[in-house]
Ligand binder design. Sequence first.
Ligand SMILES: [Zn+2]
Length: 322
Amino acid sequence: MSKQKSDSKEITAEEKEIISSEQKIYEYDEAYQEKYLKAKPWDKDDTHFKKVYISTLAAMKITDHAIRGGKFEIAGYLMGFAREGVFYVLDAVELPIVGSDSRVEIAGEMGEKATNYLMDYLDLMERVGRGHKYVGWYHSHPGFGCWLSGIDCNTQKYMQMVNKTWFALVVDPYRTKSNRKIDFGCFRMYSNEKTARLNQAFDSIPLNRANEFGVHQNKYYRMPHYYFQSKFESNIVKLIYKNYWVDSLCANALLVNEDFYQEKVEDVSAKLANYDVKSKANAIKGEKANEVHQKKLDDIANLNNQAIVNYQNELIKGMIFK
Ligand SMILES: [Zn+2]
């Protein structure tokens, strides 16, 4: 079944055919799924899953859920299917649970309530002819970027053991709002100790999370993700825009993200102070020091750019609608 794998950035003919066909994307291919699960290509290749396609509607639902959650972590499940090392996400199902501002668990005492809700949802979807299954879970990291914490790693590891075609999606609602670009990260755990770890680039991590990030960052890898929109969806998306474009035009990113900006400025200044002490003590030298220094400068530049773009937007809106 396995065809020659191409560069993960490149869209293959099969992927193109799937995401552009209403029939291929919405009709669950049970026979293929059985064959796929039996063949277990992930046993031979620990990084068998290389990329994720997310429907625009699912992306909107996840982002909306995370923004409504604000500083509290929210979670949900992802519906769709996996094929030839690619995940296709067609829908997102909110879980009726809310975590704290630093963690959310989908296992444990909230587990039973969540499981019953998910089973009911699956039943209802099947009744309307949508046979897709859950292929992963999502949760939010409000303001601290997309990566997996220790608890996230344990959750994903367990889920991956039970369900082989499973991945984790993390969304940062604050960075999404301030960058005006959906901030997602899609991850799979390595299951084999011997798999060569990929050198992956991550966004800036706040100082108070840096240790936890460092301890776990080599246990999982990031898969690039892309969005697609079916014809059926584009009608819904048009309807949503028609009703809400005024809201998004009126929203002031500087005001809605006020606390996030404040935290970012404090984090950057704490990092700089920390860096200064360290460099004086000669803890980091030469190339490594330059790299660390560059990362700090990038953080400051990003923060400035966001503030400038948001000010410009407000000025332009002010001039047009005066
Ligand atoms: Zn997390």
